[in-house]
Ligand binder design. Structure first.
Ligand code: SER
Length: 317
C-alpha cells in the first residue's frame, strides 16, 4: 500500500498517471490540482482530489498530513515554449515549488518523483546517443529549471536522505490529454490532424530529430523507477530513458502507411525550432536499463497504430 499525492494531476502526464496509480495501488491516491484546472469525470470520481498549489508549502504539508502521504509525484511545470514567454513563472513553479515539495518531504519522510527532460541538455551536449552523465548547459528557462531540479533533488537525497528519483522524459505522445506549450507537441498534433482528415502544418523543420515516447511507456517508467531497488541505483536524478527518435518526415511517412491521403506542409516556428535545435537527437538510456531494468514497449509503428486507432474512435472516423 502507498499513499500518493500527485501535484499537477490534471496536466498532460498527471491526468493519465493519476488513473494508473489508482489502478495500481490500494492506498489513497490524491489528485492535487489548482482551481483553474480542476479534475473532471473519471479523475474526479475515482478518488480523493485536493487543491494543492505547489507554490504554497503549507497547503502541500496539510494534504500530506491529512492522507498520510508517503510518495509525491511532482508534475507541476510549464512546458518549454511557454516557459520562454514566462521565465519567472517557470522558475517559480519549477524551482520554488520543488523546494516546497522537498522541504515537506524532508519533514514528513516522503519519496519524491520530479520529472526532468531532454530539455535539460543544451547545444554543447553530445547530440547523438547523449550519455547519462554529460554536459548540461541548456539555453532555455525550462532546461535551467530541469537541471536545477535534478541537482536539488540529488542534494536532498545526499544531504537529508530524501528518497528522490526521476527520469528525463523525451517528448510524450498520447491520445488522452494534449500537451500545451511544448516543443515536441507537433508529434501529438500531427496525429490529431491526420485522423481528422486535415492537412498538418508542421512547426518543426525536416531533419530535426528528437527523442519521443508513447505515454504508456512513460507512465510505466514513472512507477518502475519509484519501485526500483534502491541498492541498485547508482544514479537518481535523473535517468535518461528512450524509446524512439524521429524527425517530422519520418513520422509523417509512418502516418501515411495508415492514412495514405495524409498531407503535411512546413511553416516553422522560430521559438520552437530554436529550442529543438538545442536538444539532443537521441538519448543513451543504458544506465536506466542496467540499474532498474528500464525497457520500452512501443516503437514508432506500434505507437502510430495505437494512436490512430484510439483517435478514430474518439473522433468517430
Ligand atoms: N515535451 C517537453 C517540451 O516539449 C519536453 O520535455 O517542452
Amino acid at each position: 500500500m502507498k499513499n500518493i499525492l500527485i501535484i499537477g494531476s490534471t496536466g498532460q502526464i498527471g491526468s493519465e498517471l493519476t488513473m494508473k496509480l489508482r489502478n495500481t495501488y490500494t492506498g489513497n491516491v490524491v489528485a492535487g490540482y489548482i482551481p483553474s484546472a480542476a479534475p473532471q469525470g473519471e479523475l474526479k470520481e475515482s478518488g480523493p482530489c485536493e487543491v494543492v498549489d505547489i507554490t504554497n508549502a503549507a497547503q502541500i504539508a496539510e494534504v500530506v498530513d491529512k492522507y498520510q502521504i508517503d510518495t509525491i509525484y511532482n508534475l507541476a511545470a510549464l512546458l518549454s515554449a511557454v516557459a520562454e514567454t514566462k521565465p519567472q513563472l517557470a522558475w517559480h513553479i519549477g524551482i520554488d515549488g520543488l523546494c516546497n515539495v522537498l522541504e515537506v518531504s524532508r519533514e514528513k519522510k516522503c519519496a519524491v518523483f520530479t520529472p526532468s527532460s531532454i530539455g535539460s541538455f543544451g547545444p554543447d551536449t553530445p547530440k547523438v546517443k547523449t550519455p547519462q552523465d554529460t554536459l548540461q548547459r541548456p539555453k532555455t528557462m525550462y532546461g535551467v529549471t530541469k537541471v536545477a531540479g535534478e541537482l536539488l533533488s540529488d542534494y536532498y537525497f545526499n544531504r537529508f536522505g530524501v528518497d528522490t528519483r526521476s527520469v528525463r522524459f523525451p517528448g510524450l505522445i498520447s491520445y488522452v490529454t494534449p500537451p500545451g506549450g511544448g516543443t515536441t507537441d507537433y508529434a501529438v498534433d500531427i496525429y490529431y490532424s491526420a485522423v481528422k482528415g486535415e492537412k498538418f502544418v508542421c512547426p518543426i523543420a525536416a531533419g530535426t530529430f528528437m527523442d519521443m515516447m508513447y505515454m504508456p511507456d512513460a507512465l510505466r517508467a514513472s512507477i518502475e523507477i519509484m519501485e526500483a531497488d534502491p541498492t541498485k541505483l547508482v544514479h537518481r536524478n535523473s535517468f535518461n530513458i528512450a524509446s524512439m527518435s524521429f524527425d517530422p518526415e519520418i513520422i509523417s511517412k509512418k502516418i501515411k502507411e495508415y492514412i495514405p491521403q495524409f498531407e503535411m506542409e512546413y511553416q516553422f516556428d522560430s521559438l520552437r525550432q530554436g529550442i529543438a535545435d538545442s536538444w539532443p537527437d537521441s538519448l543513451d538510456d543504458t544506465c536506466a536499463r542496467e540499474e532498474w531494468g528500464w525497457k520500452p514497449e512501443y516503437d514508432l509503428d506500434g505507437m502510430t497504430r495505437d494512436m490512430i486507432e484510439k483517435l478514430k474512435i474518439r473522433f468517430n472516423k
